[in-house]
Each structure stands twice: as C-alpha cells, then as structure tokens.
Write a new protein. Sequence first.
Length: 224
Amino acid sequence: MNPNEYQKIYVDTLVDITTLTIRTSWPMEVSTTKEGQPVVNTHAFVRHLLKRSRATRSTLQLAIFYLFRIRPHINKRSEFDPIVKCGRRMFLAALICAHKYLYDNTFTNASWAKISKLPVKEINQAERALLEMLDYRLFVSSELYQKFESQLKEAIPISSHNTTTTTTTTTTTTTTSIHHHKRSFEEESNINNISHPIKKSRIQNYSHHLVHGIPTPEDDKVEL
C-alpha cells in the first residue's frame, strides 16, 4: 500500500471512529429539527466540518481524544446545560479547541460559525462547556498521545490491504476499537496499564515533528 492510499484509509477510519463516538456518547440525539426538517446524518456532518475547515489528521485525533476525556461528565453537565446534549456541537467544540491549541494561526469563532452554519453564540457556549468539562486541560503528554494514536491506527481494517474494502468490515473493526477507547481513555490513569503495539505489517512509518508535545506529521492535511 502506498502512503497516499494509507492516509486515505486512515482518515476514513478516523471519521468512522468520530461518528461512532458521537453516536455512543450521545445516543438520544434527534434526527429532525424543531421545525421537523431532517438533520443530516452524523457521518456526513463530520466530513463536512473536516472538509470546510481543512482540518489536519492531528487536529481530528486530538479532538477525538477530548471527546473521550469528557465522556464521564456528559450526563451530569447535560442536566443543566442544554448545549451539551448535542454531540455534534460538542464535536465541533472539540475540533475548535484542538485547532486553537495546535496552531497559532487559527479561525475565529465567527469563521467556525460560517463553516458549521451555526450561530456564534452556540459555538461560544459549546466551546465553554467543553473547556469546563476538560477542566481547561488541553495539554496531552506526548507519551499518552502516542499510545492513543496507536490505538486509533489499530482500528484500520486489515482488509484495507486488499484491493477492495467493505464498509461492514470497517464499521465492525471501528466499533470494536471504540469499546477499547471507552475503557482506556475515560481515565488517564488507565493508560499506563495498556499495551497496544502497532503491527509493522499494517502501519507505515512517517516522520513527525512535535507541536505542543503532540507528534504531528509534516503532511497530515486531511483529504476528503
């Protein structure tokens, strides 16, 4: 498999993981608006945000990490903060925080409003709620992040090495990975007891530079 094919499959896997994380963390999300209009499916929403924001893989990976970090607090916070009941808005907030943390030259929330087609006020509320659930801990140690990234890469379907890859295989493999993440990353202390080595036959080697302690591939622009 050449690097471009690997990157595309990995990005598709990250999108699947993000979609399933939203669906499992917010299972009661509505499928229609208050006016009765159908809501675009979560997978399409995620891809839309990534494409419009020209997100990088590192930004998406860090956003996924933030979603797992807030999982223990979602139900309690939802009792008095309606914005937290929406998994899509919370993913958007996670993506915004990850982007702001990694890069000095970032979008304003007004720009994110145009990208997401949501009011700036709602984006501000979602960002504030996410930051408070994170206890403003945006930093992720390099060691912890690398272990998390390894688990994300293990979700890449083995069948991706064949000429064709079925959606069913991808979804099943990613679902299994989601359960591993839920057990492993809701509490940071658990990470030291986990070992998920990257299989050399499945993972390509890529050079990284460090951004705020997080390994970031030089050519990690998401292509959708």
